[in-house]
Ligand binder design. Sequence first.
Ligand code: PAF
Length: 270
Amino acid sequence: MKILYNLEELEIAKNEYKQGGIAFVPTMGALHAGHLSLINKANSVADKVIVSIFVNPLQFGPNEDFTKYPRNIDKDLALLRNKKVDYLFYPSFTKDELLKIKQVSAEPKLADILCGKFRKGHFDGVATIVNYFFELIEPNYAVFGEKDYQQLKIIEAMVNNLSLNVKILAAPILREASGLAMSSRNVYLNQSSRLKADEIYKNLNSMSEEISKILAGGIERNKKIQRIIDSYKEKFINSGFELDYLEYHWSRILIAARIDGVRLIDNMPA
Ligand code: PAF
């Protein structure tokens, strides 16, 4: 695996890889098995794979965890070296530098709902860096996890709106044995909050079953789905979660909830 620290090194690598296909896996590091599954997907579609590790300051709000976001490059390198990864793009752009690149607005219809209501500007920051990396790397494919389902929808819309020449691939959520969706932020959870976090998966599972029955049943679906959502909102709140949202979109139940100050997101088809 070649590590590319800057644009010059990326340019040289591009001359090597641009003949065959290349698949791109953008990450912010703190890698776990979920990321490794994105790398497997990338390897299944292209000869060469490039991963990026970059904690993007543009997508963090002023009161968010940019400075304390988990960073562990030695562990990340060890994990990547065990996989077939041809290149690691590991740049060190500053926020000021990034404010000078083309700023992309995420599609408002998609960005103003769910996480967008609670994280103003977050998806513009994501769209801007992803578009920039697409411009620099020129990948044939890019792989995104369904764990960040709204992000996936926003990137798909961006590729479509800007007519970008990259195929977006989605990879399913990977879960711990307990059902907890894998996330770099899970390291913030202590033992008791981790146990509580497991309720997210349990509840999403039963909601999914209940909603599927309603969908099979026919009449007044929306009202009935809303009733289920409302009852689970109460359940989550009663067990001590702070709910940002619990909603049904894109035939999925999506949740963002805080446990002991740690914000987790998850989703499940229904
Ligand atoms: O999903 C992430 O880790 C980030 O939002 C991404 C896509 C790497 C952009 O910084």
